[in-house]
Each structure stands twice: as C-alpha cells, then as structure tokens.
Design a protein around this ligand. Sequence first.
Ligand code: SR1
Ligand code: MG
Length: 426
Amino acid sequence: MGQGDYRILHEADLRAYLAGLPDLKGLLGGEPASWAITEVGDGNLNLVFIVKGARGGVAVKQALPYVRLVGESWPLPLSRAHYEYLALSRQAQLAPGLVPAVLHHNEALALTVMELLEPHIIMRKGLVAATRYPRFVDDITTFMARTLFFTSDLALSAAEKKEAIAAFAGNHALCKITEDLIFTDPYRIAEQNRWTAPYLDGLAASLREDLELHVAVSRLKLKFMASPEALIHGDLHTGSIMVTDGQTRVIDPEFAFYGPMGFDVGAVLANLLMAYFASAGHERAPGDRAAFEAWVLETVEQVWTEFARKFLDLWRAGGTGDAYPPSLFPGEKGAARLEAERQAYRQRLFSDAVGFAAAKIIRRIFGLAHNIDFELIEDAKKRAVSEARAVRLARAMMVETGAFPSIADVTGAARKLRDWMPELSG
Ligand code: SR1
Ligand code: MG
C-alpha cells in the first residue's frame, strides 16, 4: 500500500478493514456485522475507535491529515502515526506492561490497532473526581527511568544513539507544535490563545510584558530544540496515561523524539500540580478534597524521588554507553568522583524538570490547548483563582528555578499558595 492509499476510515470502512484481518477478526469474535464500533476520540489530533465483538475488543487510532481540534485549516503530517508506532514498540521493549500492546499497524492508513484498555480511564478524569492511584508512582517512575536511561548516551554507544536520533528526526512537525504552543504563543499575542476572561486578562497581559519570563521560556525552548538526550514521550500529561487501581498504561507517544529528559519528568509534575490547584475549584464543601490534595503533593514528591533513584540505580548498574568511560574513573577515587557526578547530573535534570513543568502549566492556562482539570470548574471566577495560583507558582519555578533546589521546595510553595487570593481583572 502506498501513501496514496490513505483514506479516513468511517465506521463501515473500519468494520470491513478489520474483518479482512484474520487475527483481529478472531480476537473480536462473532460476525463483523455484530461488532459495536464507537468513535471515542476526545484528544486534539486523531480519530480513536473502540471496537467490541462477541469475544473481545480493540482500540483503533487513525491519524487525520489535520489537527482535529482546529480543523482542516491546520494540516499535520500523517507520519506521526509512524513515529507513535516506533515509540510504542521501543517503550514496550524497555518498559514491558506499561504501554498498550500493538496488535496491527498500517503505515499508509496511519492506523494502529491496540489492545483495549478496560476498565482503565484517562488519569486526568480520575484526578478531577479526586481518585487516588496507589500504583501510579511506581509505574510512571519505572516507565520514565527505563525509557529515558536506556535510550540515552549513558546506555547506548555513540553510533546507536545517532541512528536512534535520526529515526525520529522526521517528527519535527509535532515538535513544532510544542515549540509554538508551549514555548512561544502564551507569551505573545496569538490568535489561538485563550484564557478565563475577563478574570485573567491582566495576568495574560503581564505575561506578555514579562521579559524575565521571556528569557526563561526561551532558554527552555532552546533546550527542548537542541538537547537530544533520550527518546522522550513528548506529551506525557495525565491525559496520556490510563489507569486503574492496579495498573498504569502510558499511551499516545506521537510527539516522541530525541529531546531533553526533563521535558517528560516536568510534564508529569506539572499535571499533578495542576490537579492540585484545580482541586479547590471542585470542592463541594470546604476541605472535602483535603485527603486527595495531600496525596497529590505526596505523589509529586515521590514521582521525582523515585524517578531519580531508579534512573541513577540503572546508571550505577549498567552505564555501558559511550558517555563517562569507566577507564576515566579508575579505583575507589574514580568511583567516588563518578558518584558525585551522578548527583550533579540528577540536580541538573531536576532543574530542567522544574522549568519544563512551569512551561507546561502556563500553556494550559493561556495557550490553545487547555485541560479538564481547570475547564470543568464551572464557576469562571473560581476557575480563574485556581489558575492564577498555578501561574504564580509556575512563574517562580521558571524564573527563579534555583530557589527550588528540591522537590519539597516545589510542594511547599504549592501548599502555601493553596488559599492565596489573587487580584483578578474584570
Ligand atoms: C494542536 S495539538 C495541542 C496539544 O495536544 C496535544 O496533546 C499536545 O499537548 C499538543 O500541544
Ligand atoms: Mg495525545
């Protein structure tokens, strides 16, 4: 099948297509005419179908040639389905059981069939409902530590690493979305920006005039563009994570490329912090979500400490890449010096994560793509209060990153802002 064979699959086409694949037909079971097919995509880019037969079910994702959220006026390459498939395959090797199994991929149709994750739900929805996830810290930190470490120069030879960078280099249209929507547009007038008006009008204007913030976000943008440290997921927010009490699955790595590790870690921290600040807006009675909020901040702390511990342990156990050649660190003295260097590496990674987390928060409040944590707070004034608290923390994290030497400094600052009353416009 060539590229010209692409067509958007509607329900009937999909039914016929799956019926023609013996393995999937068998997995679904029963007559194709009896399969229940529902389009459930609520993301910003693609079509997603759930198909259920007499025996089992599958999830089918097809890339559209444009950004779903905006429409055909914003074309987007279908090749993102190829990079997503490539990333899912690599992540499945490195973090088994933490990504959905791929059952079929069709390059020309930009279509991937995956195991149906049931009864998993999108984590963001669970957080809005104040649900706690006991497995989350262990699973997400294993996912990040293993996918980031084993695709970095700490684990790969220089040749392997450069081949791997090249394999994902074509995914630049997706990187460009991030470069524009996260690192640029929220800080300037851009047609697609939106925020909780009129309450945040003043804050939006102050962001556009804040040159210290512009320097800080531009440094982060450069780091994002010019640091091929490891294969990153590239969009690791709580909408890209599906959970149950006992399982975690990371989905949707279509933004994957070789980029800075702190971008993934920062994405997880940012989305938890937003869940924390949004929580006040979802209260039905004062304090009724206090236990959930305490869990969220504890989770923020554990995500960082467990990730860093696992990542450094992998390095100690098998730093077989071309970086830090063992011959340069002989004997006890060498081992001690290398260990000190690991701690410095950890600290640098933490600073990156803090900066990127801040950028991820600000984009969800002033950019094109928002999140339901805030959006589902119906009372616009209450929503603006939650958002302004998050922005106050994010600005400090981005401009004064050095004032947050540890994750406890981040959670401590978040806790202090929990009941801070901002001055709103309007
Ligand atoms: C136009 S795409 C908007 C956002 O959706 C994705 O989930 C990414 O976060 C992207 O920035
Ligand atoms: Mg996505």
